[in-house]
Ligand binder design. Structure first.
Ligand code: SF4
Length: 302
C-alpha cells in the first residue's frame, strides 16, 4: 500500500487556519477531512470498539479507571468483581479498612497509593456530592487520583458526555496520524478536538486505542496490514510487507483468530465476551501478542 498524502515535513512556519500544517504539509481543512476519513475507517475496522474496563455505573467506572493506572485493563477486570461486591458504593468504600482494601487491589500495583486515592475520592463523593459521582469534568478532576484522562473516560462512558481520552496509545497514534505535534495530553486533546466532531470523541478514543493495541504498536507498527495506511503520513515507520505485517497483528486480528474476528464483526453486541476469549488466547500464546499494555502512562496516579 502506498500513502496518498505527503510524509511528515517541517516546511511552513505559520499556523493560521488556512496555513499549511508544518508537520504534514496540509491545510487545516485537508487535515480535518483526512482525520474524519481515518475515524470512519477505524469505525469500519473496529465496529466492536468499546471501553475495555468492566463497570455497571459511574462509581464502578471511576474506581476501575483509577485502578488502571500502570496496569492492564485485564488485570483490573479480574480484580473489580470482588472489590465491588465488598464495596458496592462510595459510602462503603469511604469506610473501607485500609489493610483489607490494599490486599484486594494489590494485583493492580501501586496498591498503597491507589488505596489512599480510592478512600479519599469516595469520602469526597459522600461529603461533597451526597454519595453520587459528579457528572462534570471540573468536579471530577478534584477527586483524588482523577485527572483529565480518567474524568473523560467517566464522562464519555458513564454519562454519555463526549470526551477524548488521551492515554499512551492515543498520544502515539495522534502524532503518527499527524493530528498533533504536541506531547502534552491537554494540548493533544484540544488539537484532536478541533479536527473531529464532538459527538464522535468518545468512540474515536476507543477506536484509536483498539488500533494502537492491535496494529499500530509502539515499536513495530504493522503498516502493511493497516486499514488506514493510505491516510497515514507515518506509513513506513513499521513493517510494510503485507505478509510480515500480518504476523504482527494482535488479538482477534492475529493470524489464526479469523473465526473469532468473524464472530466479533457479526455480533458486535457480544464483542466484550469475545474480547475476553481473545485475551485468553493471547495469554495462552495462541495469538501473537501479550496482554494489552497499560491503558495510560499513569499520569493520573497520585
Ligand atoms: S500502522 Fe503504520 S500506517 Fe498504520 S497508523 Fe500506524 S504508522 Fe500509520
Amino acid at each position: 500500500m502506498v500513502p496518498t498524502i505527503p510524509a511528515k515535513s517541517a516546511s511552513a512556519k505559520t499556523a493560521t487556519p488556512d496555513a499549511v500544517r508544518p508537520h504534514t504539509g496540509e491545510s487545516l481543512l485537508a487535515l480535518k477531512r483526512r482525520a474524519g476519513k481515518i475515524n470512519r475507517q477505524l469505525a469500519k475496522a473496529y465496529p466492536y470498539a468499546h471501553a475495555e474496563l468492566d463497570f455497571r455505573n459511574a462509581f464502578e467506572l471511576v474506581v476501575a479507571t483509577v485502578l488502571s493506572a500502570q496496569t492492564t485493563d485485564v488485570r483490573v477486570n479480574q480484580t473489580t468483581p470482588a472489590l465491588f461486591a465488598r464495596y458496592p458504593d462510595a459510602r462503603a468504600l469511604a469506610e473501607a479498612n485500609v489493610a483489607e482494601l490494599e490486599t484486594m487491589i494489590q494485583p493492580t500495583g501501586f496498591f498503597r497509593a491507589k488505596t489512599r486515592s480510592l478512600i479519599s475520592l469516595a469520602t469526597r463523593i459522600v461529603d461533597e456530592y451526597d454519595g453520587v459521582v459528579p457528572g462534570r469534568l471540573d468536579d471530577l478532576v478534584t477527586l483524588a487520583g482523577v485527572g483529565r484522562k480518567t474524568a473523560n473516560v467517566v464522562l464519555g462512558n458513564a454519562f454519555g458526555i463526549p470526551g477524548i481520552t488521551v492515554d499512551t496509545h492515543f498520544i502515539r497514534l495522534a502524532q503518527r496520524f499527524g493530528w498533533t505535534e504536541s506531547k502534552d495530553p491537554v494540548r493533544i486533546e484540544a488539537d484532536v478536538g478541533g479536527l473531529i466532531p464532538k459527538a464522535e470523541w468518545t468512540m474515536l478514543s476507543h477506536r484509536v486505542v483498539f488500533h494502537g493495541r492491535r496494529v499500530c504498536h509502539a515499536r513495530k507498527p504493522a503498516c502493511g496490514a493497516c486499514p488506514v495506511a493510505t491516510l497515514c503520513p507515518s506509513y513506513g515507520e513499521g513493517e510494510t510487507d503485507p505478509v510480515k505485517a500480518k504476523k504482527l497483528l494482535k488479538y482477534e486480528l492475529a493470524p489464526g483468530n479469523e473465526d473469532l474476528l468473524a464472530r466479533m464483526l457479526g455480533d458486535v453486541s457480544r464483542a466484550a465476551e469475545y474480547r475476553r476469549e481473545a485475551q485468553l488466547l493471547a495469554r495462552q500464546g495462541v495469538s501473537s501478542g501479550p496482554e494489552p499494555g497499560p491503558a495510560a502512562p499513569g499520569t493520573d496516579l497520585p
